[in-house]
Design a protein around this ligand. Sequence first.
Ligand SMILES: *[C@@H]1O[C@H](CO)[C@@H](O)[C@H](O)[C@H]1NC(C)=O
Ligand SMILES: *[C@@H]1O[C@H](CO)[C@@H](O)[C@H](O)[C@H]1NC(C)=O
Ligand SMILES: *[C@@H]1O[C@H](CO)[C@@H](O)[C@H](O)[C@H]1NC(C)=O
Ligand SMILES: *[C@@H]1O[C@H](CO)[C@@H](O)[C@H](O)[C@H]1NC(C)=O
Ligand SMILES: *[C@@H]1O[C@H](CO)[C@@H](O)[C@H](O)[C@H]1NC(C)=O
Length: 475
Amino acid sequence: MCIRKHSDMRFLLAIISVLCLQICVHSQDDYCFGKDTERPQTRHFTSKTAYQIIKGTNMEKEYLVPGCKATKIWILHRHGTRLPTVSTIKAAPRLEILRDEIVKNYRVRRTKPDTNALCLEDLTLLSMWKWNASITIDQEQFLTAQGYEDLKGTAKTYQRLYGDVLNKNYNNSHYKFRHTDTQRTTESFKAFVEGLFGVNNTVQPDPIPEEDLLLRPYDYCESWKAHDYSGINSESYKFKHSAVWNKTIEEISKRLGFQYPLESSDVELMWDMCRYEQAWQVDRISAWCAVLTSEQVTILEYEDDMKYYYKLGYGYEENTRLNCRAAQDMLTHLNSETTPNVVAYFAHTSGVQTLLAALGIAKDNTPLTAANYNRSDYKWRTSNLDPFASNFIAVKYECNDNMPDKAIFFLNQNAVEFDWCDGSLCDWPEVLKQYQLLYTADCSNFYCAGASAVSIVTSLSLLLFCTSIILRLMY
Ligand SMILES: *[C@@H]1O[C@H](CO)[C@@H](O)[C@H](O)[C@H]1NC(C)=O
Ligand SMILES: *[C@@H]1O[C@H](CO)[C@@H](O)[C@H](O)[C@H]1NC(C)=O
Ligand SMILES: *[C@@H]1O[C@H](CO)[C@@H](O)[C@H](O)[C@H]1NC(C)=O
Ligand SMILES: *[C@@H]1O[C@H](CO)[C@@H](O)[C@H](O)[C@H]1NC(C)=O
Ligand SMILES: *[C@@H]1O[C@H](CO)[C@@H](O)[C@H](O)[C@H]1NC(C)=O
């Protein structure tokens, strides 16, 4: 009896230890997004990255220039965190189907992978996920509550540092504001001025012109609209039809318990929901972020960065000229001795990225291509350049003791360094010299290949017209 009891006990102990070992080994292996305190992948969500994660923290040390005083500020601000586009809102209910399939894979079909599975916490969170059906297509791309906070926050930060220029007493000669014709930029403008002047301010933005060539030049350039950054000949397309991409989709699918690869579009939908939810509520955990590991996010990030690189960045030469007007507006504003002292525009990704391309910021020596995806050192990382609420601010300083005027440029609260400046502190005459072409260009011809083609046609016909008149006068 005694002996039997003893062996029973040992048997039980053995079972317990095997179970425990399994649990321990598994919980060691299975990455838990929900329990990760760092969550480094949230810094790689391209243009849907939360501003708070990306914004610089060194501005306090960078903005003071001894012997100089900030006098003029120019701001191009992307809208804050927004709701999805129509197509994503329409597709979102599909995520409830995918959610149920994943849960079934793990709990019913038992096709959970042996290693690198979702951890229990992440699976539980996913099983409880619901699409917020109050988000309807009539609210597509509306600014969210967090988006409002994003802009109120930047306004307060910049006012704290540059209180003399961004002072609390609004008047319409010192300040000039404008936004594009969308809900999200209108609300972003309101949030920003609320941050500067309080809730009951009376700020009137400048009217939006019929053709918004300054803030939406891309709407009026046919050659730009026609250029292909994601079609069959693009690097993005090549990448999405490569072995690396396939392997990533297969790994993601396998991790979720699918025995066949999911459609790329399903994986991208999951990533979209992850990025939106993570930006709407930065301190909460989006269940959809847990379905992707850091390495997998890197692949999705590279594909998106490449798309932007060719759509708005250095991958297409015309992009460096598209935002001629905004770049020129900035240079002219900072150079002028007259009011307004503050100019602030509220616009979009396309505006911010093409401005960076115009100014030669974050330029890679070698282009981003499908073949060289595994480089980790590229500069055109839209997560850093253009998260939600991304903003470019140019500050002009007047200096004493025969020092030349200075300028510092901040992107998302990080001082931008140029090799022709002393780090990030630039001499104003040097700025004008570097950007001479943009400063003096006739933007209506320069900004768009189509536009200059039109104007060549116009000048040719003008020439013919004049010639015919001269000929008529002669005979
Ligand atoms: C769902 O969306 C609506 C509309 O955008 C929003 O007001 C509400 O706060 C959201 N609910 C949750 C639980 O996030
Ligand atoms: C507008 O505000 C600026 C800065 O506070 C001030 O210097 C200027 O005198 C004001 N102008 C008018 C017309 O009130
Ligand atoms: C703003 O105006 C509203 C309505 O006039 C008033 O109730 C509120 O107290 C004001 N808020 C501030 C901060 O002045
Ligand atoms: C990627 O997967 C698709 C569909 O499964 C397949 O047609 C294609 O040949 C694969 N491409 C490569 C390069 O492996
Ligand atoms: C990138 O991939 C290529 C081809 O797969 C390989 O030859 C190269 O060593 C890789 N580079 C890095 C930095 O991993």
